[in-house]
Design a protein around this ligand. Structure first.
Ligand code: RFL
Ligand code: PHB
Length: 389
């Protein structure tokens, strides 16, 4: 088989890139290790930056998002029973869209299928070849059948556990990592959200987040030890702990119900450099991970896709390789800013096992500063709605 861009990974990065390329007449084939149902069963991010909203529009996949998503022009932060708001619209003139990653992915699959996009599911043994030449190719198996795709470029959109990053030789690849000593226990429930905006809570018992998917679907998280397993937490224990971590007036109006999904995600900051090796380009979680505080994971994947899409367009429309050659340097500049923000927000909001009273007082002082200082609120708002591409 032959295509212009072989895309490894049918998560949001791979699908968005494939659909954007399609709108400009550039062919691609997506290779996905799992089934479509499996990919759509993963409950992940919920907040879309304006940049990702624009990319969905450009990809022709924004109708349902605009009809069903919720525009948020601020967020709430709490510490103890104190609660304050950071107004995104006032400080930046921009807003974010609350619309789940599952729905983004569903819309992208629908668009690829409607336009006859080629997606191979349940592929195994993907191997990337000859990326330092002009004729790279990918080999893989489907149901025991060995296949090969010849292409101009390869996009490694296969997430943190994929093969693309590991294709970069070890002596070239530099990895930077910070592992946090806690995870997030997340619950999805068919209950109305406790509040119409998100609440990020720093409590003496640990972090909590009140988020949502729609008017009758709530997403809540609490910080937990990394050794915990979802089955250690009954629904009742989860709700009781969440109520202890959010301001009393919010806890009083929290509607609880059976969980329809419960999972624990570890928190990690990770960046690999460079994000390209010849004609192989890494996008999204294949190249970097952020802790979810601030919702930058999916959004940073989207900014990579933006840079790569534009570089490929330049190549196919003008023949210039300047954009593709500069992809890694350009993408990494924004990646590190998202890493910084996610690390800062995580450090501000969580309890660390070795945290002293001094450290807690510093967190509270920083939250009080943020509460009262316009410049600090503006800096947070600019990062939250998404730095410009
Ligand atoms: P994905 O979504 O991991 O998709 C990669 C796809 O590649 C496939 N794959 C392969 N395909 C072919 N061959 C191989 N060898 C392959 N290896 C893997 C996988 O099956 C998968 O379908 O990466 P992508 O597209 O870069 O998208 C990134 C986002 O998914 C990610 O940044 C966010 O979901 C991160 N994240 C969160 N971000 C937020 O902003 N807010 C959140 O609340 C949030 N929660 C989460 C998260 C990530 C999690 N992970 C990765 C464990 C919760 C979890 C549990
Ligand atoms: C979510 O709704 O899943 C969500 C929202 C904001 C975050 C992280 C996760 O910072």
């Amino acid at each position: 088989m032959k295509t212009q861009v072989a895309i490894i990974g049918g998560g949001p990065s791979g699908l968005l890139l494939s659909q954007l390329l399609h709108t400009r007449g550039i062919s691609s084939v997506v290779l996905e290790r799992k089934t479509k149902d499996y990919v759509l069963g993963r409950i992940r991010a919920g907040v879309l930056e304006r940049g990702l909203v624009s990319l969905m529009e450009e990809a022709g996949c924004a109708d349902r998002m605009h009809a069903e998503g919720f525009i948020h022009d601020g967020t709430l932060l709490s510490y103890g029973d104190e609660l304050f708001r950071v107004d995104f619209a006032e400080h930046t003139g921009a807003t974010v869209m609350v619309y789940g990653q599952t729905e983004v992915t569903r819309d992208l699959y629908a668009a690829r299928e409607a336009s006859g996009g080629q997606i191979e599911f349940e592929v195994e043994n993907v191997v990337i070849h000859d990326t330092k030449t002009d004729t790279p190719f990918v080999t893989y198996d489907v149901a025991g059948d060995a296949r090969r795709i010849d292409c101009d470029f390869i996009a490694g959109c296969d997430g943190f556990h994929g093969v693309s990053r590991k294709t970069l030789p070890e002596d070239v690849r530099q990895e930077y990592e910070k592992v946090y000593p806690f995870g997030w226990l997340g619950v999805l429930s068919e209950t109305p959200p406790v509040n119409d905006e998100l609440i990020y809570a720093n409590s003496p018992r640990g972090f909590a987040l009140c988020s949502m998917r729609n008017a009758n679907l709530s997403r809540y998280y609490i910080q937990c030890p990394t050794s915990d397993r979802p089955e250690d937490w009954s629904d009742d224990a989860f709700w009781a702990e969440l109520k202890r971590r959010i301001p009393a007036d919010q806890a009083a109006k929290l509607v609880t119900g059976p969980s329809i999904e419960k999972s624990i995600a570890p928190l990690r900051s990770f960046v690999t450099e460079p994000m390209q090796w010849g004609r192989l380009f890494l996008c999204g979680d294949a190249a970097h991970i952020v802790p979810p505080t601030g919702a930058k994971g999916l959004n940073t994947a989207a900014s990579d896709v933006h840079y790569l899409y534009n570089a490929l367009l330049e190549y196919y429309e003008t023949g210039s390789e300047a954009g593709v050659n500069g992809y890694s340097a350009k993408a990494l500049k924004r990646v590190w800013k998202a890493e910084r923000f996610s690390w800062w927000f995580s450090s501000l909001m969580h309890r660390y096992p070795d945290q002293t009273e001094f450290d807690y007082k510093i967190q509270v002082a920083e939250l009080e500063f943020l509460r009262s200082n316009r410049a600090a609120q503006q800096a947070m708002a600019e990062n939250y709605v998404g730095l410009p591409y």
